[in-house]
Design a protein around this ligand. Structure first.
Ligand SMILES: [Zn+2]
Length: 196
């Protein structure tokens, strides 16, 4: 059982908040489901039970997620602590759905995507950014394997469910990724850069 704790929102219009609340409800329901835990335990990348871009075993990934221990808030409170800011994109941010930085709590979501995305996609993006807060990473630039990283793979699970992830052929996975390569575009944070 993992709770979602919304500490602060900023930049949202009052009319946008009901959608955010629904997304957070979906997020909490999904991460607390047995299917989510099973998905992590059974996740396979390159025919081995593991995720890309982490040395952790699936069981350790599951534990890391379930403790709710962010790098900036390492107490194991079993909560997904969220500080969320909605931003109006500049020209250079038009294709950025969301981003975050390792040294701050706040994660950012693009208003234009927020309004176009489904409730489950918003939930997936919020989890993706949060996964960075608990140490998981992926290359900044597109790679074939990036969708098998913890932030992408679990974000997609929350957004699209089991049918779209893991079990589906890699080809489709990539097609999905082309659509939303911009799912996250934070400032390139490989593990060695984290914690600096
Ligand atoms: Zn990311």
């Amino acid at each position: 059982m993992l709770k979602v704790n919304l500490n602060q929102t900023s930049g949202f219009r009052t009319s946008e908040l009901p959608k955010l609340v629904k997304a957070l409800e979906h997020l909490e329901l999904t991460v607390s489901s047995p299917e989510f835990a099973d998905h992590i335990k059974n996740f396979r990348f390159n025919n081995i039970e593991n995720f890309a871009y982490t040395e952790m075993s699936n069981v350790r990934v599951l534990n890391r997620v379930m403790t709710g221990a962010e790098l900036l808030h390492p107490d194991e409170d079993r909560e997904i602590d969220i500080w969320l800011k909605c931003f109006n994109p500049t020209l250079s941010q038009l294709h950025v759905v969301g981003f975050t930085y390792p040294n701050m709590d706040t994660q950012f979501i693009n208003r234009s995507f927020f309004n176009r995305m489904s409730i489950t996609e918003i939930a997936g993006n919020i989890f993706h950014e949060w996964a960075h807060k608990i140490s998981f990473n992926h290359p900044f630039k597109y790679t074939e394997d990036r969708c098998y990283s913890v932030p992408y793979a679990l974000g997609y699970f929350i957004a699209y469910g089991d049918s779209k992830i893991g079990a589906i052929p890699k080809r489709n996975f990539q097609d999905k990724l082309q659509d939303s390569e911009i799912f996250c575009s934070h400032v390139g944070l490989m593990p060695e850069e984290y914690g600096k």
